[in-house]
Design a binder for this molecule. Structure first.
Ligand SMILES: Cc1cc2nc3c(=O)[nH]c(=O)nc-3n(C[C@H](O)[C@H](O)[C@H](O)COP(=O)(O)OP(=O)(O)OC[C@H]3O[C@@H](n4cnc5c(N)ncnc54)[C@H](O)[C@@H]3O)c2cc1C
Ligand code: FES
Length: 272
């Protein structure tokens, strides 16, 4: 699939250090624009540099502009971070499966995010809030290394807590003089919050180490494997099942994932 050209309309620095930025983009030719579902990704390219798989952080209920939150880690993401509104990038997609938002209807939802891992969850959170009557109570547990590393602060503080039956519970690894909230790693904080598993689905995304311990904490709290949904960020190159960069056993995360229930992951080799 060829990338389509998209213009950066706006860039929002999410973190105090600026290492995570949200890019709001519009396709130059509206005909090349695509629709997506919560949890799906796009392959983002910069001419002469390369491509990277990035989760679409906007909700399909608010389709334009497309929003991509990008953490600067290497060559491609560094080049993206140098760009300015008006610059043009390539975007192809959508890729991957999506969160099972239909099966989630009528259930209470427990979101557990860490760092930039809130990006794909944000797409689903805003989808659910835009269809609020279809879902039960919502708890959003979110953590970052420090208060300055929390992403999507406007929604965390001013939007999501005001939605009906919705709680936002924040934690940081290290506080500062102004921080009055919890100081604990996400899995420990989750155990302190101690959500009851009945009628609930847990959806988690974050760094691999956070996911590993969060899955253990959820099991300790009594969540069954079928009640836990996670999204994996294995290294990807082609996004279409051709290059073999993202396989776990015989499954390709770019085709079968990135969203899996823990019950599905338990049937796969522990290579994630
Ligand atoms: C399904 C999926 C969704 C993703 N969503 C997002 C997102 O919403 N926002 C975002 O910022 N990033 C996301 N990523 C990660 C992103 O694709 C990589 O960070 C990006 O490819 C790095 O490109 P680069 O050229 O800047 O870094 P490179 O020069 O390729 O690598 C720099 C460093 O990052 C490491 N690295 C590269 N890719 C990954 C990876 N996938 N996981 C862990 N370490 C990696 C490398 O080992 C190296 O240490 C996602 C990845 C996948 C597979
Ligand atoms: S990214 Fe190439 S096979 Fe999945």
């Amino acid at each position: 699939m060829m990338p389509h050209l998209a213009r950066i309309e706006e860039i929002v620095a999410e973190t105090a250090s600026g290492d995570v930025k949200t890019f709001r983009v519009q396709f130059l030719d509206p005909e090349t624009s695509f629709s997506h579902l919560p949890g799906q990704c796009a392959m983002v390219s910069v001419l002469g540099v390369g491509e990277a798989m990035i989760s679409i952080s906007s909700s399909p209920t608010r389709p334009r502009p497309l929003e991509l939150a990008v953490k600067q880690v290497g060559r491609l993401t560094a080049r993206l971070h140098e760009m300015e509104p008006g610059d043009v990038i390539g975007v192809r997609g959508p890729y991957g499966n999506h969160f099972p938002f239909e099966d989630m209807k009528g259930k209470d939802l427990l979101f557990i995010g860490g760092g930039i891992g809130l990006a794909p969850l944000r797409s689903l959170i805003n989808y659910v809030l835009d269809n609020r009557g279809d879902y039960g109570k919502i708890d959003i547990i979110y953590g970052a290394r420090s208060p300055g590393d929390l992403c999507f602060k406007r929604e965390l503080y001013d939007v999501w807590p005001l939605a009906p039956d919705t709680r936002v519970l924040l934690t940081v690894d290290r506080g500062d003089e102004e921080w009055k909230g919890a100081v604990a790693l996400v899995p420990h904080f989750l155990e302190q919050v101690h959500p009851e598993p009945e009628g609930k689905l847990a959806i988690t995304c974050g760094p691999p180490i956070m996911i590993k311990f969060t899955l253990e904490s959820l099991k300790k709290l009594g969540f069954a494997d079928e009640q836990i949904v996670t999204t994996l960020e294995l290294k990807m190159q082609c996004g279409i099942g051709k290059c073999g960069r993202c396989n776990i056993g015989s499954r390709y995360v770019c085709l079968d994932g990135p969203v899996f229930t823990l019950a599905q992951l338990e049937t796969m080799p522990a290579e994630y």
